[in-house]
Design a protein around this ligand. Sequence first.
Ligand code: PMP
Length: 353
Amino acid sequence: MNRFWSEMARRTEPYVPGEQLNRAGIIKLNTNENPYPPAPRVTEAILEAAQGLRLYPSPTADSLRRVIADTEGLGPEQVFTANGSDEVLAFSFMAFFGPGKAIRFPDVSYSFYPVYSNLFGVPFEEVPLRDDFSLDIEDFSGAGGVILPNPNAPTGIYEPLDGIRRILEGNPDCVVIIDEAYIDFAGPSAATLISEFDNLLVVRTTSKSRSLAGLRVGYALGHPGLIEGLVRIKDSFNSYTTDRLAQAGAEAAFRDMAYFEETTAKIVATRGRSAMRLAELGFTVLPSSANFLFCTHPQTDAGTLYEELKSRNILVRHFGKPRIKDFLRITVGTDEEMDKLFGALEEILNDFK
Ligand code: PMP
């Protein structure tokens, strides 16, 4: 600990993301990136936007917000954009959560939530998931705020909208954030409930289904009052937020619906096939509605599997948290990448027989 650190720096346990090894030949299935490139027009739009780099970007990202609003059937005043959904989440913590009554999130969910809670001094309670990793809806009622990923991460389990509605009804006086980073691989979005609940904020990203993890564009959808709260924070901390290249690239991605639908369908098909193959190899696989599979092998330690795969140039994710230490989270790659993974797993599991 450094003697110059502020109280905030001292109490913060930084989030450790999955390894970003990008050496040649590596099969990277550890941070839920999309295995397909962004829509073809994206690069062209970024190059065009680069002509204007001398100038600041639109601080309100008007053009991008309009195309997102049109895609969602909402008004632009119901859309907020920032640098990745991580920044949208950070702004949301600052705008809607504070000291006082604890916010709640599931005991297995996105590991950034406790990081932001500690950073911004927000008390929190982790609500245990049931044995099958599903949400215990009633346990979320009467909180000081709620945040949960749907589908959940890293389990991949999707909570149907009826459950989300009950969480909203049980929390009329605080903000409920549904983090839909993986919703495009799942069922209907909570965005359809925005017209009924002025305390619902839906947070999304272009990092997964739009193949733009490197561009850092996330967004929030909600009642104009909530969006206004986020804008106040944004204007104080980073008044231009998303840059010119990001705004142009993301807009081009949203304009190509056909490409988005095609690549998403391919990932969903590969996910189904991969879940079956993992089960044949003896894994227990949780039902996934995301672009990853969460699985455990009853006879083989997950840490060992992770290391063995890594030594074969295949990166997957292993979490240290006690409840999930026997699990691996495997991003759905291309069919070819998944076949290489299954070949390696077969070899490793045979060696351990
Ligand atoms: N929420 C969840 C549940 C995630 O898994 C991730 C990605 N790790 C994010 C938010 C952040 O995504 P990004 O900042 O790339 O938009």
